[in-house]
Design a binder for this molecule. Structure first.
Ligand SMILES: N[C@@H](CCC(=O)N[C@@H](CS)C(=O)NCC(=O)O)C(=O)O
Length: 214
């Protein structure tokens, strides 16, 4: 059985966004049962037990059959390799789905996270007010390129893959803005991903998990 390590508590704004959600969603799409371990923010994060699971004292991490694995992208791919619901059997289609996971994490999440950091932690700082227009402009460039690549397809490679799971989850980080709404096909794509039953089950589990662990 896979054990997912997540936090006991995070601030309200972070609860639906926490990266453990990607893991829950992948597990739900794959139909793989899992158990959850909650660690507390603070000293627990730096305990030898937790650092053995996640070398940077972060979450999520998983353990499975003696393997400890950190990084939400690596974990999502580990799960995806076990289910055609997330990765197609054809080698070329698999490679392209994996490329979208890297695009989500290496190309889109950087820009999204920079805006997220301003919104969540530094909104009223003078430097943030000055920097925000540049951050948004660059993010719009990237989202425009993503929208072009998506075109009129339902998902980035036509059918849903782990690449869509990661991409749509990254886009949620800026849900408190209307930036994605400016790209009609991206907005519809994100809603399509979020209306998947596995997404809904994972979100319910994540929110109930915080409530129970509190
Ligand atoms: N690149 C890591 C990032 C993990 C991460 O930033 N996790 C956040 C929660 S969503 C965290 O643990 N923050 C507390 C910290 O960095 O100390 C991943 O994708 O798994």
């Amino acid at each position: 059985m896979i054990t997912l390590t997540t936090y006991k508590w995070v601030p309200d704004f972070a609860a639906p966004l926490m990266r453990a959600f990607r893991v829950r969603w992948a597990l739900e799409e794959a139909g793989i049962p899992y158990t959850v371990r909650h660690v507390a923010l603070g000293p627990d994060q730096r305990s030898p037990e937790h650092l053995a699971r996640q070398p940077f004292g972060q979450a999520p991490a998983i353990e499975h059959n003696g393997l400890a694995l950190h990084e939400s992208g690596a974990i999502a791919l580990y799960i995806a390799e076990r289910s055609e619901a997330l990765l197609p059997a054809d080698p070329m289609a698999r490679a392209r789905a994996i490329a979208w996971v890297f695009s989500a994490l290496n190309t889109i999440e950087n820009s999204v996270q920079e805006l997220g950091s301003i919104i969540f932690f530094h909104k009223d700082a003078a430097w943030a007010k000055e920097r925000r227009p540049q951050v948004e402009e660059f993010l719009r460039l990237r989202l425009g390129q993503l929208a072009t690549a998506l075109g009129d397809k339902d998902y980035l490679e036509g059918r849903f893959t782990v690449g869509d799971l990661m991409m749509s989850d990254v886009l949620r980080i800026i849900d408190s803005t209307d930036i994605v709404d400016d790209f009609a096909n991206l907005k519809a794509y994100k809603l399509r991903c979020e209306s998947r039953p596995a997404f809904q089950r994972a979100m319910t589990a994540q929110m109930e998990g915080f409530a129970k662990a509190a």
